[in-house]
Design a protein around this ligand. Structure first.
Ligand SMILES: C[S+](C)CC[C@H](N)C(=O)O
Ligand SMILES: N[C@@H](CCS)C(=O)O
Ligand SMILES: [Zn+2]
Length: 324
């Protein structure tokens, strides 16, 4: 968006050059939509708002931009062709009535570099049963199943005007491999990031070592950043160090609040949350360990992102590597 060489593979380096070495990702979208009144008790989860409340999506994106985000992630996490077809939508082309032109608002005057990342949630997210927190799809789901599931959706989002694809909350190695093969086999004009989730600080939620998963992402030239999202903050530091062993690509992290999601009730168990202050106190350590793109996932808010933005703007310690 107004910067860069035009070479998709250098997009993240260009952003980091312009921002001085670290950039801010937005915070939880779905949970902030809920905080603004959306009902996400729905198989489409946050993608339901694309149908019935696009004005809330616009509001939350703008709240994160105002808080200092350099990268905003679209509401397409659980927007799948299969999911929308089951709601009676057809493949006929159409566009939402509301659009969100960031050039119209006051952010332009702040010269805040902004990228739009088109979210792709996992097959487990589509199942809407919390499977993206287990990564256990059963033997019947093969790599080819996953490629067939995601193929057209990736193409559509790559043509949407977004700057990059955000493969998010990737729970296992097989889905990472499927994404890499889709990227290698297609001729997409935009790059991608890969972001895994973990519940032990060593492996993805399925039990696949994070080093093996990150190495798969690293093997693909179209991947411009690798990291972790929707994972409790206490695991993030160790995960950054493990990922750094297998890649020199920029590392991204956007942890959740540390609370636990109950897939049956679609509610968060609030007892173990990390306060805004606790979360933000980790940021210097994460940046020093090598993370250059930092934000928040579920149950983080524009306040969290404002605090991250402030912390990074005051932190002059460079991460170990990132700018070629
Ligand atoms: C990252 S989890 C909180 C996503 C929600 C899940 N796919 C669901 O539909 O309940
Ligand atoms: N970008 C998504 C990730 C869910 S894990 C969201 O913030 O709702
Ligand atoms: Zn999340």
């Amino acid at each position: 968006m107004g910067f860069g060489t035009g070479d998709p593979t250098s997009l993240m380096q260009e952003l980091l050059r312009v921002t001085g070495g670290s950039a801010v990702i937005d915070g939880g979208l779905a949970t902030e939509l809920e905080a603004n009144g959306a009902n996400l008790n729905d198989p489409l989860w946050s993608a339901r708002c694309l149908i019935d409340s696009p004005h809330l999506i616009r509001k939350v994106h703008l709240d994160y931009l105002e808080a200092g985000a350099n990268i905003i992630i679209s509401a397409s996490y659980q927007a799948t062709i299969q999911g929308f077809k089951s709601r009676g939508f057809s493949m006929k082309k159409g566009y939402p009535k509301e659009s969100c032109d960031v050039n119209e608002n006051k952010l332009t005057s702040k010269q805040q570099p902004i990228l739009v990342a088109a979210s792709i949630g996992s097959y487990g997210a589509y199942l809407a049963d919390g499977s993206e927190y287990s990564g256990d799809y059963g033997k019947a789901v093969t790599k080819e199943t996953l490629k067939d599931f995601h193929r057209r959706r990736v193409e559509v989002l790559a043509e949407s005007g977004a700057d990059l694809i955000a493969f998010e909350t990737i729970p296992n190695k097989i889905e990472a491999q499927a994404y890499v093969e889709l990227l290698e086999e297609s001729n997409l004009k935009i790059p991608a990031w890969f972001s895994f989730n973990s519940k032990d600080g060593v492996c993805t939620v399925s039990g696949d070592p994070i080093t093996e998963c990150a190495a798969i992402a690293n093997s693909c030239d179209k991947v411009v950043a690798v990291g972790i999202n929707c994972t409790p903050p206490r695991f993030i530091h160790g995960l950054i160090l493990l990922i750094r062993k297998v890649t020199n690509k920029p590392i991204l992290i956007y942890p959740n609040s540390g609370e636990t999601y109950d897939a049956n009730t679609k509610e968060w168990v609030p007892t173990t949350g990390v306060s805004k202050e606790d979360f933000v106190s980790y940021i210097y350590k994460w940046h020093e360990a090598g993370a250059s793109l930092i934000g928040g996932c579920c149950r983080t808010t524009p306040k969290t992102i404002g605090a991250i933005s402030k912390a990074l703007s005051q932190d002059h310690g460079a991460p170990q590597t990132f700018i070629a």
